[in-house]
Structure formats: C-alpha cells, structure tokens
Design a protein around this ligand. Structure first.
Ligand code: ADP
Ligand code: MG
Length: 603
C-alpha cells in the first residue's frame, strides 16, 4: 500500500483554524482591537463598512512592528506575548495564542501598515488568503493600521451565512463596548459607513459607561467597591428600580477581559433577591482584578470563559459587595459622573424642521364607557367559560390564542361578576368567588392580557396619544437606533410620536396616556430589545410583538397593592378579554377551584 498521509499546506491549515477564531466580522474586530490594546495604544480607531463585510480597519498609535515582525505576525503561533508554557500563568495581555492574524489573513484581503517610533519609514504588507502579495517600505504614522477587506471572500458559504447588516453591526458594537468599557483610559472611536457612532475620550469608568449608554445612566447606578486579598472589585450596579426583564447590560470583566461566568453573575443577581420582581435582571458593570496565576483563561479559544482558583470566596465577596452597594447607597448617593451644569440638549441636525406633533385621537372614545366590545357579562356565561380552562395545573406555552368564544352577552354591571369582595393576597394574587367556584388570578399576567388586547384592538383606530408637556430626548446605540427607525410607524399607531434627530437621538413628543415621562426611555429600550429577540426567534407578526412588549411593561407589577375597586375592574376587564385565561406570553392567568374540588380536598 502506498502512503496516503500528507501535511496540509499552511493556507489550508490556517483556513481551518480560522473557523475557530473568526466566525463573523465581530470576532475579527475583537482580535484587532485587542492587539491594539496589547500594543499599548492610547488612541484606537475602528472603521467599519457594511457591517464589516467590506471593511474592518483598526488604527492604533501603539508600539508598531519592525519589518520582520510585520511579516511574521501572520504566521500561525507567531506571538510576542508569551515565550514559555509557564508564561500562561502570568498573562497580562489580551492575546497570547498567536492565532488571530494568521486566521484573519487566511480568510480575507489584509493590508497592514506599521511603524515603530525610532524608524522614519514604516512597512506595508498586502496579504490575501495567506499569500503575501507584497511588502514595501511606506510612510505612515507611528503605530499600526490593519485593514481587513472582503472578509470570507474565499469561503462563499460562510460569507452567505452572515446575518443582515443590522445584526452583524450590533455584534460588532457589542464587542466594541466590551473592549472600550474596561479600558476607559484609552480613547476609542468607531465609524460605520462614514458615520461616527462612538467618540469616547480617555476618562474614568463611570464616564465611559455614560459615554456608551447615555448620560441618563448616571441616575441608575450605584458604585460598588471592595479590596480583598483574592479579588479587588470596582464598578457599578443598577438600582433596583431599573432592573430589566432581559439580561441587558451585564458586564463582568476580569483583569480587563470581558467574561461570561454564570456563577459570578448569579452572585450579583442573588444580592438583589427580594428587592426586585421575579424574572427581572439587574444591569451591572463590574471590574474584577485577580492575580493572573490564580485564574485560567486558556479554556476556550474565544476566551470569554475563565476559571478561578478561589471561586467560592470570590462569589461570596462579590455578592456581599453588591449587597452593600444596594443597602448602603439606597439613600441617594449619586455617581461621580462628572457633574455638569449644562442642559443635555442635542441640537437638531441641519435641515431638520421642527414640526408641531400631530395628535391623533379616536372621536368615538368615551372614557365613561368601557371601550371593550364584549363587556362584562352574566355569571352563567363564565360557568360555560370555565369549562374551557385547563385545570391540569402546568403552564403551557402553546395554548392557542383564540379560545372558543361565547355568545355576545347582555351587558351587566361589573359588580355582579365576583360574588365577594376580592382579596389581594401577597399583592400578587386576586382571590374571589364566582358561581363556579373560588378563583385565583395572577394580577400581573391578567393585566398584561387586558392591555395586550386593548392595544391590539385600539391600534386600528390609532391609540389616543397624549402630547408631552416637555418633549423628551432619548438616545440609543447605533444598532438600536436603526431598529427604532424601522419601528416608528408601528409605534405611531400605538400612540408614540417619535422623530429622529440624528446621532442616534430621537425626540418623543407624545406617548400613550398611561406611560409616564420617566419610563419612556426604558420602555423604548425594552421594546427594541424584545423586538430584537422576536426577530431572532422569527416572530413574524411585528405589530403583535410590539403590543406584547408594551403591554408587559405597562402592566401593574406583582407586588403592587390593589384597592378593592381596582381588583373589581381588573376582574371585569379580564373576563371581557377574548382569551382571559392565558397571558399574552402564553402563561396561565388564573385557576378556579370548584366546590367539588374543594370538597375533595377535605376528604
Ligand atoms: P497574539 O495577539 O495572540 O499574540 P495575533 O495573531 O493577534 O496573536 O498577533 C500576533 C503578533 O503580532 C502579536 O503577538 C504582536 O506581536 C503583533 N501585533 C499584532 N497586532 C499588533 C499591533 N496592532 N501593534 C503591534 N503589534 C501587533
Ligand atoms: Mg491578538
């Protein structure tokens, strides 16, 4: 038999390895930004075109490379950052594997220019699919510029697999934030298709957070700080009233590196238990410093996972520090966010003509009439209805939206609905009796159902928008702004009058009557977030997903005490819904115990 094994050429080996390191434009961005930091840059510029498909360029003013190093850096396992296996336990740089540039060069057209400070001339290299096309001396500033063009030009399958630009861009932005946040002393800017999205000057951590997430973040956070032997902790955690229903801004860093660590995250989240509603999550920005010898960052090639030697102690300290921040500062210490006396007023871009917002209203709306088409009804009807309720107990997500409908009943006064004065148990459940038995209602889910159906029905006529006394400006990340632009027509039908001002800022001049001014930014952020998630889950009906999101945010939360009339009103409204027994997200809103079932229990 002849020999059949051969060694793969470097270009092929690199392309295979590239799959691990560069799976989308954002991962190339991560590697290039990390290299710029490792080069000691104090200013880093990121330039992206077409969400990274056409161009990703990182320009730094770091140490630069010699002619020979500029050639060598594209070889696999070429690194200046470690020399021996022992060095793995004292890593102070972001990179150390020497894989990134080799991988990127295997799947793109790369142009590198670099100059060290003692040299008058720099060096320029053009490399394409691992092939060095040319290397020439050139004039260029001190530091390094690497332009990655046409990523995956030689792997069409992977190129076609890229998501649409708004999604790829939001991945890039996320990486940019993860790197810019902990390195607040370094100036960063980011451009997309010629537009400046971020311009972050050298600052402190709090200012960097505000620079990325908007100035209104300063009222939302408490400082957290703790210096101990195994770990030192510094950062900010959100006040309990600003928690979100999704894990939004959760940033944990170890020695300047963004990490995902479910156990550490839950140490922070547990500090909030009992302070915040179920299934809500705090935002946090926490920097941990740990002796590099006592962590292992080498367990995953993309390096967002780490292992700690003193895991349990670190969890406990982090949790205690968070608790302390939440308790100690709840009486009003604000952040040191560069207190500024300027009013935060974003000037309108040239050519923007301010328009008197048009407020639409429904001329048939009568506030003294319940606007429901099917109003509260006679209790016998519910007996029939309750037969449809799944009494098996478990929550189901796949309950059909439409339940068998009952006949249009004669309107009845609301008070006939529950036979006794309802009780608000734990400020969460409404307990009442009806002909068919003892009814227990989850107040939040019930209210979500009511609002959801109301929003869906009323958007047809246009919801009554209320003009704000003072229009408010809201600001989002670039990717979120693009999404918000897409959502403006739907939001208008739901009673929000929002106009773009440019630079990721919008002015809200009207909102539905029940939304308070201070909730608007949060509500829109959450709606965009939910919309992103629904896009990922291919939720097809955009209108419905927005109504659902807004209903959830406007609903009375568990833990809110309700007056007797409020409970009566809620019960009546719930039972005039089309699908009263499930929340819009498919959870049970109530259950009923019949007299027989009770009797059973006492047997
Ligand atoms: P690693 O960062 O793991 O060492 P890379 O492939 O990312 O591997 O980079 C290889 C080497 O190229 C680095 O170790 C460094 O010496 C050099 N290098 C890469 N980018 C830069 C830069 N922006 N400035 C100076 N040197 C750089
Ligand atoms: Mg690197």
């Amino acid at each position: 038999m002849s020999d059949i094994i051969n060694i793969l050429p470097d270009s092929v080996a690199n392309q295979i390895a590239a799959g691990e390191v560069v799976d989308r434009p954002a991962s190339a961005v991560k590697e290039l930004l990390e290299n710029a930091l490792d080069a000691g840059a104090s200013e880093i510029q990121l330039i992206v075109k077409d969400a990274g498909r056409t161009l990703i360029q990182v320009i730094d003013n770091g140490c630069g490379m010699s002619d020979a190093d500029a050639r060598l850096c594209f070889e696999r396992h070429a690194t200046s950052k470690i020399h021996h296996a022992d060095d793995l336990f004292s890593i102070h740089t972001m990179g150390f594997r020497g894989e990134a540039l080799a991988s990127i060069a295997a799947v793109a057209q790369v142009e590198l220019k670099s100059r060290q400070k003692d040299n008058d001339l720099g060096t320029q290299i053009i490399i394409e699919g691992s092939d060095v096309k040319e290397q020439l001396p050139c004039t260029c500033p001190i530091g390094t510029s690497i332009a990655v063009k046409n990523l995956f030009f030689n792997i069409p399958a992977r190129r076609n697999f890229l998501k649409k630009d708004s999604i790829e861009l939001s991945h890039i932005e996320e990486i940019f934030k993860r790197i810019a946040l902990p390195n607040f002393k370094v100036s960063f800017s980011m451009y997309h298709n010629g537009r400046l999205l971020y311009d972050l000057k050298s600052s402190n951590f709090a200012q960097r957070i505000a620079g990325i997430f908007g100035k209104n973040f300063n009222e939302r956070l408490y400082n957290i700080q703790e210096k101990t032997e195994p770990v030192s902790i510094y950062g900010y955690v959100v006040k309990s009233e600003y928690v979100k229903r999704t894990r939004g801004e959760q940033y944990l860093f170890v020695n300047g590196r963004f990490i995902k660590h479910p156990a550490l995250s839950s140490s922070i989240e547990r500090a909030y238990s009992e302070l915040i509603p179920d299934r809500t999550f705090p935002s946090y920005f926490v920097l941990l410093e740990v002796d590099p010898a006592r962590i292992d960052v080498n367990i995953h090639p993309t390096k967002t996972e780490v292992r700690f030697l003193d895991e349990n102690i670190i969890f406990a300290i982090l949790r205690a520090a968070t608790k302390k921040a939440l308790g100690q500062f709840s009486l009003a210490t604000e952040l040191e966010f560069n207190p500024s006396t300027e009013i935060d007023f974003t000037p309108a871009p040239k050519g923007y003509v301010a328009e008197q917002p048009k407020v639409s209203f429904n001329p048939n709306y009568n506030p003294f009439h319940s606007s429901r088409t099917k109003s509260s009804a006679d209790t016998d009807m519910y007996k029939h209805f309750f037969d449809n309720i799944d009494k098996s107990g478990d929550e189901k997500n796949d309950i059909p939206e439409q339940l068998p409908l009952y006949e249009e009943p004669e309107p009845q006064p609301k008070s006939t609905l529950s036979e006794t004065t309802p009780i608000n148990y734990q400020n969460r459940y409404i307990i009442t009796t009806m002909k068919s038995g003892l009814v227990v209602i989850d107040q939040q889910r019930a209210h979500e159902r009511i609002l959801y159906e109301r929003l869906l029905a009323e958007r047809e006529n246009g919801i009554v928008a209320q003009q704000l006394l003072f229009p408010i400006n809201v600001r989002f990340t670039a990717a979120d702004s693009e999404l918000l632009n897409e959502l403006l027509p739907e939001l208008k039908r739901l009673g929000f009058i929002i106009a773009p001002l440019g630079q990721n800022t919008f002015v809200v001049s009207a909102a539905p009557a029940k939304v308070s001014d201070k909730d608007i930014q949060n509500l829109l952020e959450q709606t965009i977030n939910d919309y992103k998630n629904s896009m990922l889950q291919k939720f097809s009906d955009r209108d419905k997903s927005i109504c659902l999101s807004i209903a959830r945010q406007m609903a009375t939360k568990n833990g809110t005490p309700l007056k007797s009339e409020e409970m009566q009103g809620l019960i009546a409204d719930l039972f005039s819904c089309q699908a009263p027994n499930i929340s819009p997200s498919g959870k049970k809103t109530m259950f009923i115990l019949t007299e027989q079932e009770l009797a059973e229990k006492f047997k």
